[in-house]
Design a protein around this ligand. Structure first.
Ligand SMILES: NC(=O)C1=CN([C@@H]2O[C@H](COP(=O)(O)OP(=O)(O)OC[C@H]3O[C@@H](n4cnc5c(N)ncnc54)[C@H](O)[C@@H]3O)[C@@H](O)[C@H]2O)C=CC1
Ligand SMILES: O=C(O)[C@@H]1CCC=N1
Length: 271
């Protein structure tokens, strides 16, 4: 990105595209005049134009023609054939297509675009504004990391993986913050249930989350080792753990991750 003023075009300007645009602008990977967006909903285009100063319009033939990177940001349920056709007809031969569509394979993307072009299947990080979080990326035979590395690092970190890991990366990694948000909500509620004010419970929850991650990083210990230190004989911690085990907590969480991975694959399957 730095060696050349690349142009990035987003097909679909929804929640994820917006988060990526906000981060790459904040991190100065590109400037607003290097970004174009086209959503089928006119109000989305005017919102993105007003908010970020990017050119956003329902018409996109010219933007596709000029783009170095074309991001497919629509949902798996949307009309991917129309999107593929637009790219097939309008893109430059040396453009790179980045698809963020959950579950849709490189093989399927190659079929719908139907021309020799670099394709990178990305499951984008959702912690875009924080500097934390990994996107997962898999390349087709014509693509190289170099084509997208600066762009992908502009909204978090990136791990290049074999494509057969991308659905797992989606249900476990990129959906990952969702499990944590839910844990945080449930844990804070437990504090309120026990008698703390909402504010006190919230404060303790966030401090504990951050501190626990820091302890794991600093000590390099397995969580079980830290649990052992915190659980005195016949005490409070082990009593709480006993009840948590009774609730099927670990297996329930693991089942929900496996369900998310299965759902990812199902979303990409032929309708
Ligand atoms: N939201 C998230 O946390 C994540 C989303 N994704 C993937 O990103 C993609 C987008 O997800 P969201 O932004 O959440 O969905 P969204 O529904 O907010 O955005 C999709 C946008 O595409 C537009 N659109 C539909 N068909 C179009 C077409 N033919 N041409 C132009 N625009 C079109 C829609 O009007 C909508 O604004 C999905 O494929 C999803 O699997 C991936 C990782 C995380
Ligand atoms: O729920 C979704 O479809 C997206 C993909 C992974 C996280 N959010």
């Amino acid at each position: 990105m730095k060696e050349k003023q690349k142009r990035i075009h987003f097909i679909g300007g929804g929640q994820m595209a917006e988060a990526m645009i906000r981060a790459i602008l904040a991190n100065r990977v590109v400037t607003a005049n290097q970004i174009t967006v086209s959503d089928v909903v006119a109000e989305r285009n005017s919102y993105l134009n007003k908010t970020f100063g990017v050119v956003a319009s329902e018409k996109q033939e010219e933007a596709i023609k000029q783009a170095d990177i074309i991001v497919i940001g629509v949902r798996p349920q949307d009309d991917l054939d129309t999107v593929g056709n637009l790219i097939k007809k309008g893109s430059q031969p040396d453009a790179t297509v980045v698809s963020i569509v959950a579950g849709v394979t490189i093989e399927k993307l190659e079929k719908i675009i139907a021309k020799d072009i670099a394709i990178i299947r990305v499951i984008p990080n959702t912690l875009t504004d924080t500097g934390f979080g990994y996107s997962g990326a898999a390349l087709n035979a014509l693509a190289t990391k170099h084509q997208v590395d600066d762009f992908l690092n502009g909204f978090g970190k990136v791990l290049y993986v074999e494509e057969n890991l991308i659905d797992i990366f989606t249900g476990f990694g990129v959906a990952g913050p969702n499990y944590i948000y839910y844990f945080i909500e449930s844990f804070a509620d437990a504090g309120v249930l026990a008698g703390l004010s909402r504010e006190q419970a919230w404060m303790l929850t966030l401090e504990n989350m951050q501190g626990a991650v820091e302890m794991l990083k600093q000590t390099n210990k397995h969580p079980r080792a830290l649990l052992d230190i915190n659980n005195s004989a016949g005490g409070v911690g082990i009593t709480a753990l006993h009840e948590l085990n009774n609730s099927d907590f670990a297996a329930g969480l693991q089942r929900s991750v496996l369900a998310a991975v299965r759902r990812t694959t199902a979303l990409g399957a032929d309708k």
